[in-house]
Structures are given as C-alpha cells and as structure tokens.
Write a protein that binds this ligand. Structure first.
Ligand code: ADP
Length: 464
C-alpha cells in the first residue's frame, strides 16, 4: 500500500498519536516538575523548621550547660550525614560546627571549604556547588534575646536528586514505550475502522453496467455512519441499475420497431429501382440515395439491437470447441479477395472454446475494419497462434492506425476517430463495442496495438 499523507487513515492515526503524545508527554513532564518541586520544598521546609527551633533548643540547654557546649550539643543533635550546621559570629569566626563537615564526602572536592565561605546574603535557596545540589538556609541566631551570629544549615540533596533523576528517566522511557504501543494500536484500530470505506471505494471503482445489478454492499459490523452510507450507496446502485435497464430496453424496442418498417421501405425502393424503367435520371439517383441511407440505418439499428441485447445479457452463447484454422480460412476465403486478406497460421491446430456464430461476427467486423481503414494496395493479415492457455487471432493491417489518445475510446459505442471519414466508409461506430461485448461474453479478451501511420493489430484471445 502506498503512503499518502492526505488519506483519512493517516490523518486520523497522526491526530490520535499526536493527542496521545501530548497527553502522556504532558503528564510525564508535569509529574516530573511537581516531584522536583516537592523534593526541594520539603527539604527547604525542614531546614527552616530546624532554624526556627534552634534558638529555643539552645536556650533550654543553656540553663544547664555553658553556651558553646550547648550550641555544639544542639548542632550534633540536629546534624545528619547529609546536613551540616555551623554558627558564625558577626566577626566572621565560627563559634560551633557539626562534625559532618569533617566527613570525607564533605571534604571531597573542597565542598566543606566552599560552603564555609558562603555569605549570609542568601537566606533560603537551592544552589549547586562542586556538582552537588544543596539547600542553603541562613538565618540570624538569637538565644535569650541575644544575637549570637548567623546559623548556617546546609542540606545535601544530591543523592535524592539522583534517585529522582532515575525515576524521571524511567517514567520518560515508560511514556515513550506507551506512546509507541498506543501508536501501533491506534494505527490498527483506525485501519480496521475505515476498512469498509476502502471496500466501498474498491467496489465503486469496479461498478460497470455488467455488474450493476449484482453489486451490493453489506457491512454488519461497520460503524453506523458507514452502514448508512452503504445503504444510500446500495439505493443509488439500485436506481442506476433500473435506469440502465430502462435505457437498454428503450434502445432495443426502438431499434426493433424501426427496423421492420425500414426494411420494408428499403425493399420497396429496391424493387422500384429494379422494375421501373420509366424513371428519369434524377428520380433514379434520388431513389438510390434513399435506398442506401435506408440500408445504412437498418445496419445501425441492427447493431444497436445487438449491443442492447448483449449489454442486457440476453445473448446466449453456445460455447463449443472451435477449430480456429477452419473458421478463419472459411471466413476469409468466402468474403475477401486473396490479394487483400491473407492468413498466417503460426501454431497448427489452434482450438478455442467459443460460440461459432458470434466468433464469425467478431472476425468479420475486425477484418472489415482493417480493410476499410487501410489502402486497397496493402495486405491485411489474419494470424493464428497459441500462447499458453490462450488461442489468439490477430488482425493486422498497414493502414492509417489509431491515435494514442483514441485507443481506449474506440470500444465505446458511437466513438469514431475521424467522424467524416467514418461516415464515408459507412461505419456506425458500434462495430468495436459489439466485438468487445461478444469477446468478453465468450470469456475472452481483446486488445489493440497501433502506431499512427504504420497500421494496427487487433488481438482477440480466447480460452483454448
Ligand atoms: P465504425 O463503424 O466507424 O468502423 P467501429 O466501432 O468498428 O466503428 O470502430 C470505431 C472507430 O475505430 C472507427 O471509426 C475507426 O476510426 C477506428 N478503427 C477501427 N478499426 C480500425 C483500424 N483497423 N484502423 C484504424 N482505425 C480503426
């Protein structure tokens, strides 16, 4: 199946996949953002709580312990391996500090040294120092209404951030996987849903007068809209089929009704021309023109009648095994001068399954055309050959050929390449339509190859 970005299947799939990308992607981004916020805010709140209670804790200890010892006790009580606390006096001296700062993880890369130089400008912030993520909380420390200096609380949240990044990565991967999976499921679902429409399209493209009456759409499990559309389509086909049948019957009735009186008129004109010796030259000429026009119209009516019958499936084919060699030789010898039409048998004993009379009609029509549309001094060749399952008859002429643009149209009723010239040759424009209908009625095929100026080859293939 070729890729078409304009097709409904692609548009629906792309739309739904985009919606799921926005949905899942948005949800993942939002949860990542919120988790990050909650993590930082939680640590900040904890640091602020510790800072707020620090003064009270020291004051309570101060009653029993000397001041520096009380500070160190509270610091060690509040410190954890990831939390460092110290107090710096207004002179810049460190009054007390947690042992945490001596630990290897804080000494590594000079982290302890860097944080100890922090200025008390930033009161509460999340900062990155030496590749570590820290929550910094600095506040003045007041004990029993005396300001002792600044209290520094530093929370190292690097480990938590790493765990958080892993969760974020997993969540993102899971989202990509879910989006990919839903894209496949959506594509399959959309494909299934629009299958009835594709089938309808296929059917509509293959509807022809021959199968109009038998074409019917049936979708039991399709969506309601598609079922309604199929019903409307069936009703339209029904009306078309009725109109087609009516038109065919009309053509057939009119041709039949006109042919009988015209045959009488033609017969009368012929007998008058033959028997009456008292006719003046202009009278004779007038009657001759009338007889020839009546004859042409009778042939046209006969062709129309044949075509209407064939289209309506009213022609019965008596299919039998026919020796093409005998049939072609009989037809050519009986109807055409040997100098004008020659037979070329390339495969001996070519048999076809066909209706003898209809095949003869096909042959005569095609040979007549080849003779009509080529010069008298050229030769028309009727070739017989066998190709696989097919028996082939080729009628080749060296006439004027058929223009490329007209090749597909010459089998249409009343189509003539050169209207004026065809009228002179007495053609009705129905011959090839009848030929095609008859050949296809015998389960055969007809095709034409032609080079304008070089002649044409009509190939009739019949099952052998
Ligand atoms: P017609 O009665 O006019 O011959 P047909 O249906 O037999 O009608 O043919 C349709 C048109 O196809 C003709 O008018 C002619 O222009 C063209 N045609 C048919 N056979 C040949 C051929 N062998 N060489 C050139 N043109 C042809």
């Amino acid at each position: 199946m070729k890729f078409d970005p304009g097709c409904i299947q692609f548009r629906l799939t792309a739309g739904m996949v985009l919606a799921s990308i926005l949905g899942f992607g948005g949800m993942t981004a939002w949860s990542n953002f919120r988790m990050q916020q909650i993590l930082i805010q939680g640590h900040k709140k904890h640091a602020v709580d510790v800072a707020e209670r620090f003064g009270q804790d020291v004051a309570w200890m101060d009653e029993t312990l000397p001041s520096t010892m009380a500070l160190e006790k509270v610091i060690n009580y509040r410190s954890t391996p990831d939390t460092a606390i110290w107090i710096r006096s207004s002179d810049g001296d460190i009054i007390a500090q947690s042992d945490t700062l001596e630990m290897g993880s804080w000494q590594k890369d000079g982290l302890a040294e860097s944080v100890l130089t922090l200025s008390p400008n930033q009161t509460l912030a999340s900062v990155s120092i030496q590749g570590r993520q820290l929550i910094v909380c600095i506040s003045p420390l007041e004990v029993n209404d005396t300001v002792l200096g600044d209290l520094f609380i530093i929370d190292d949240i690097t480990q938590n951030q790493r765990s958080f990044s892993t969760v974020t990565k997993d969540l993102t991967l899971a989202s990509i996987f879910v989006i990919g999976l839903s894209a496949i499921v959506i594509a399959i679902y959309v494909r299934q849903s629009i299958k009835p429409i594709c089938k309808m399209n296929e059917l509509a493209a293959n509807v022809s007068p021959d199968n109009l009456a038998d074409t019917h759409l049936e979708f039991d499990r399709a969506p309601t809209e598609v079922r309604d559309l199929a019903q409307a389509f069936n009703m339209m086909l029904g009306r078309l089929s009725g109109a087609w049948e009516q038109q065919r019957r009309f053509v057939s009735d009119v041709s039949h009704e006109l042919r009988t009186p015209l045959t009488l008129v033609h017969g009368y004109l012929q007998s008058t021309l033959r028997r009456c010796n008292t006719l003046t030259e202009p009278q004779r000429e007038g009657l001759e023109i009338a007889a020839s026009e009546a004859d042409r119209t009778i042939r046209l009516l006969q062709d129309l009648l044949d075509l209407a019958r064939a289209d309506g499936g009213h022609i019965r084919f008596h299919i039998e095994r026919v020796s093409l060699k005998d049939m072609v030789l009989d037809t050519v010898e009986a109807g055409y001068p040997s100098s004008r039409v020659k037979v070329d048998i390339q495969s001996p004993g070519v048999d076809a399954r066909a209706d003898r009379n209809r095949l003869k009609q096909v042959l005569i029509n095609l040979i007549d055309n080849a003779v009509k549309y080529s010069e008298d001094n050229t030769v028309v060749t009727v070739r017989l050959k066998q190709e696989g399952e097919w028996a082939m008859i080729q009628i080749c002429d060296r006439g004027r050929g058929i223009p490329r643009t007209a090749i597909t149209q010459i089998f249409e009723p009343f189509y003539r390449v050169d209207e004026d010239r065809s009228r002179v040759t007495g053609g009705t424009g129905l011959g090839l339509s009848i030929v095609k209908t008859l050949v296809e009625g015998m389960r055969g095929k007809i095709k034409v190859q032609s080079n304008p100026g070089d002649g044409s080859i009509f190939t009739v293939s019949l099952p052998s």
